[in-house]
Design a binder for this molecule. Structure first.
Ligand SMILES: C[S@@+](CC[C@H](N)C(=O)[O-])C[C@H]1O[C@@H](n2cnc3c(N)ncnc32)[C@H](O)[C@@H]1O
Length: 273
């Protein structure tokens, strides 16, 4: 994807939401100039062999909000293309952090065609230092072939001189945070999870190249750190901007017209296919 807009660092970036493509936009950030990256990319959810999202049409959840997906991205590309894209993103993220920097990269392992699809294709050859388990609440498992998955992973990808903040190493590597269900964005982070990550570091500037509703920015602001937010969707960039002044603005209004409650896209991370 090409991008004609050129962004200027730091004015266009620091404490700003930049509406653009993650890889191209990061190219305008100089080497080593952000301390920490915290992000959750689209999971390519609609490229699925399962019943929950089969062929991107929705299968068992055909009426679900998740079929609407993201406002400006379909989340359904061939697997190899997806892996290459994510590797390109991570290459840029690694470039923009210094030797003391780190990336917290959230993803989900899933079963595809009966076999575990972990994310080693994406992170192989990268300096993965630790895998943090984000233990979430249970969901619904349609598949009789395996147990209900209840966690996502957060890869701590660290450059050689990265150190945690004082006393943060007392946290274990299994973190229990319930999923965020009230946010209008289809796949938001819980704020407390991101506050745990940022407060565990001494980072002054935190980048999220898939910022969505601005959770990383809000957590950074709450902890008096600076942020850079990138998202391809103008709608989410607006949502994130408004959220900083009014955190309640992202709360979704309950749809009372639906008799049966349908899961959001975020729930699909738990609903097994
Ligand atoms: C999992 S969501 C992130 C949600 C975010 N963590 C939050 O708390 O709201 C992934 C985001 O990536 C964005 N996105 C998809 N493709 C993109 C691209 N090429 N460049 C930048 N953002 C993209 C989507 O619009 C979506 O908001």
């Amino acid at each position: 994807m090409t991008q004609s807009i050129k962004w200027h660092y730091p004015d266009d970036f620091i404490d700003q939401f930049v509406c653009g493509n993650a890889v191209d936009t990061m190219k305008d950030i100089p080497d080593g100039s952000v301390d920490l990256v915290v992000t959750s990319p689209p999971y390519n959810l609609k490229n699925s062999t399962g019943n929950g999202m089969r062929n991107g049409r929705g299968g068992k959840w055909s009426n679900a909000a998740l079929i609407n997906g993201y406002s400006h991205y379909d989340d359904n590309i061939p697997y190899n293309e997806y892996v290459n894209w994510q590797r390109d993103c991570l290459t840029e993220m690694l470039r923009v952090i210094p030797d003391e920097g780190a990336i917290f990269y959230n993803h989900k392992w899933r079963v595809q065609a009966g076999l575990l699809q972990d994310r080693h294709d994406i992170v192989s050859d990268l300096p993965v230092r630790q895998i943090i388990i984000w233990k979430r609440k249970g969901g619904i498992n349609f598949n009789p072939g395996y147990f209900l998955p209840t966690y996502e992973v957060i890869y701590l990808i660290a450059k050689s001189k990265f150190k945690l903040a004082k006393k943060a190493n007392a946290h274990g590597d299994i973190w229990e945070f319930g999923q965020e269900t009230k946010n209008k964005h289809p796949a938001p982070f819980p704020v407390a999870l991101i506050e745990r990550i940022i407060s565990s570091t001494n980072a002054k500037i935190v980048l999220d190249p898939f910022m969505g509703s601005g959770t990383t920015a809000l957590a950074a602001k709450n902890l008096e750190r600076q942020f850079i937010g990138i998202d391809i969707s103008p709608e989410y960039c607006e949502m994130a901007k408004e959220r900083l002044n009014n955190p309640q603005s992202v709360i979704k209004v309950k749809d009372t017209s639906q008799k049966i409650e349908q899961p959001s896209l975020f729930d699909d991370r738990v609903v097994e296919q």
